[in-house]
Every structure is written in structure tokens, then in C-alpha cells.
Write a protein that binds this ligand. Structure first.
Ligand code: TXA
Ligand code: MG
Length: 330
């Protein structure tokens, strides 16, 4: 099978990516969170192809990516005051807002919902490509449905390279986990649908202390958003989660990996494990940047089980626990 051609950040490549996207081709591209599989959101056939390439069920709606406020207005029916405040504070950035949709947004994009997910990414190359394309781009994470999200171009090449013609390489993603999703479509409440790089505390502070209702991983059997399934981000090797600050069991059965949050915690484990750490010091932002790459790497090493230490449950740690809980679900 031929595999995808890699594009870079030259003006010529950006212009070409913009034209290909506008005309309906799919292109995997970097954002500050994870790589996205982008296509022109206004073309029904293109949107359908995104679902096909990912193997994603049609009940799981897509996020539309934009580069300017005018585009937000063109795809939404209304922008409630909370939404405007959050957008002013955090866009461009790793925040997705659920808003009432405009008629031009197809039911295929929103899976029949009256709302649309909108995000203005901060990655400079993503912004240049959005500007060149000059249409809203539908872009789910560029991984086969249910597998680990990609945080560099090589991850996209490994799992979708044969099903794609184009991948834009913008280096490793700076945040490393997907955007925070908040439902601001109702005037009375702001609801966190997916924890991410922006914590509920940061959102609440922007809204003068308004409480943000959250959906914990324990409620995951009832998805907060369609498609936010209990099992997701999953390596094929079984994962076993260990509370923060604790160690895996003495005497593992078979060849097992132990991934601690810090080097010190990895090195003080019982013997018999292949030892790894997400971050030298255990810094949660570092862990976010290495999480998905580590899961992908470990998934190629044929361990019988991977033990993973959870990070502390605050700030971005909440999002990391959410991803790890889903990755471990069977
Ligand atoms: O950081 C990100 O958000 C990345 C990058 C590429 O931008 N994108 C991403 O897309 O993570 P995806 O498709 O993997 O996850 C989008 C989530 C899905 O779980 C979907 O159910 C939810 O957003 N979603 C989309 N539209 C929605 C809507 N109208 N109402 C509720 N949830 C929605
Ligand atoms: Mg995804």
C-alpha cells in the first residue's frame, strides 16, 4: 500500500494544504493538543470520509476548527454570554465549546444534535492552514476509533498512513491530550463534558466563580457526550492502574512494565518489572505531553501487563486520570 506524503511548514506546503482541504481532501495536521484528521466541514462527502477512515460510528459528532470569530458566527445560531467570556479568555487554545448550531452545519457533523462543537486551535501551523483553507475544518483526533490519540506525525503514519494521502508534520504536540470540552449551549449551566488541559477551576475563575458541573470517569458508563465511551484511548496490552504514590504488586506474573509518574517512583518499585517514567520530576504537564507516546511505545513491547501510576487528582491530573481510566477499561 502507498503511504501518506508528508508536508511541512513552508508557505508552499501551507498553500497546498489549504487548497486540498477546501477542495475536499483529508489531511492529518498538528494542533497544540493532538493531531487531527481534518476535512472541509461544509462538504458532506468529505465529512463522511472522515468517519470511514477512522472507523468511527456516525453517532459520534465532530469538532469544527476555525481561525477567526467570523467563522464561529457562521456555524452557530447563538453565542451565549458564558461562551463568549470563555472564548475571549482561552481562544485560540485547547478549549472546545458546545454551541447551538447554524443551519449550514450538517446533521452528519453533529450526529443529529442541535449543537455543534467549536474550537479555535492555537498551533501556529494549524492556524496558517485554517487561514489558507478558509473553511471550517471538521477534525477528530487522527487515530483509528478507540485507539490512542496521536501526538506526533509518526503516530499518524503508523496507524493511518495507508488510509491517508497527506500528513502535515508540525513536530510533537505541546499539550499532548485533547481539548477540554464544555457545553455552554444552555444559559443556566456550564457543563464539563471532557476534562482536558484547561481545568474546571480555570474555567470557573473566568466566569466569576460560577460552578462548572462535571462528569467523572465513574459516570463513564453514561457518556457525557455521544461517543465519549468508557473504553477509549486503549492499547491492546492490558493496563492496571495504581493509586498515586503507591507501588505495583511484589513479584509480577509474566513480563510486566511499571510506568511511574516520576523517575524516583519508578526506581523504588519492587524488582522484576521493566521500569519507565512519564516525567523526570513527575510534573503533570510533562506527563500529559508524554502520556500517549508512552502508551503507544509500550503497546509494541509485548508485556503481559502494564502497571501505571496515576497522577494526583488536580488540575490537568483530572484529565490524565480520565484518559487512563478509559485506556484501562475492557
Ligand atoms: O483536542 C481536540 O479536541 C482534538 C483536536 C484534533 O482538536 N480533537 C478531538 O476530536 O479530540 P474527537 O473527535 O476525537 O473528540 C471530540 C469529542 C467526541 O467525544 C464527541 O462526542 C464530542 O467531542 N462532541 C462533538 N460534538 C459534540 C456535540 N455537539 N455535543 C456533545 N459532544 C460533542
Ligand atoms: Mg478522539
Amino acid at each position: 500500500m502507498p503511504s501518506a506524503t508528508i508536508l511541512g511548514d513552508s508557505d508552499g506546503d501551507v498553500r497546498m494544504a489549504g487548497t486540498l482541504l477546501r477542495e475536499g481532501q483529508l489531511i492529518a495536521l498538528p494542533t497544540e493538543t493532538v493531531y487531527g484528521l481534518a476535512g472541509n466541514a461544509l462538504l458532506e462527502d468529505t465529512v463522511r470520509q472522515i468517519f470511514t477512515v477512522k472507523g468511527r460510528p456516525l453517532i459520534d459528532p465532530l469538532i469544527l476548527h476555525v481561525h477567526e470569530w467570523k467563522q464561529v458566527e457562521s456555524i452557530t445560531a447563538e453565542i451565549p454570554p458564558h461562551a463568549r467570556k470563555l472564548a475571549e479568555a482561552f481562544w485560540p487554545g485547547p478549549l472546545t465549546l458546545i454551541l447551538p448550531k447554524a443551519d449550514c452545519v450538517s446533521d452528519l457533523v453533529t450526529a443529529g444534535n442541535p449543537t455543534v462543537a467549536v474550537r479555535m486551535p492555537a498551533h501556529p501551523l494549524a492556524r496558517r492552514i485554517l487561514q489558507a483553507a478558509d473553511v471550517p475544518l471538521a477534525a477528530p483526533s487522527a487515530n483509528p476509533f478507540g485507539y490512542i490519540s496521536p501526538t506526533c506525525a509518526a503516530h499518524v503514519m503508523d496507524s493511518l498512513g495507508e488510509r491517508l494521502s497527506w500528513i502535515v508534520d508540525g513536530g510533537p504536540c505541546q499539550a499532548g491530550i485533547e481539548s477540554t470540552i464544555v457545553d455552554v449551549s444552555r444559559p443556566d449551566a456550564v457543563r464539563l463534558l471532557r476534562p482536558g488541559p484547561l481545568s474546571p477551576d480555570a474555567l470557573s475563575a473566568t466566569l466569576d466563580g460560577l460552578p462548572i458541573s462535571t462528569h467523572t470517569p465513574q459516570d463513564a458508563a453514561k457518556p457525557a457526550a455521544p461517543g465519549l465511551l468508557a473504553r477509549h484511548y486503549s492499547p491492546n496490552t492490558p493496563l492496571c492502574l495504581v493509586s498515586h504514590g503507591e507501588q505495583p504488586p511484589e513479584a509480577p506474573e509474566g513480563r510486566c512494565a511499571w510506568v511511574a509518574t516520576s523517575r524516583q517512583q519508578a526506581e523504588s518499585s519492587p524488582s522484576g518489572y521493566d521500569r519507565y517514567w512519564f516525567s523526570e520530576t513527575g510534573d503533570p504537564e510533562d506527563i500529559a505531553r508524554t502520556l500517549f507516546a508512552m502508551l503507544r511505545k509500550l503497546d509494541t513491547l509485548e508485556h503481559s501487563r502494564i502497571y501505571i501510576e496515576l497522577p494526583p487528582a488536580n488540575g490537568i491530573g483530572l484529565a490524565l486520570i480520565d484518559r487512563l481510566t478509559r485506556a484501562a477499561a475492557r
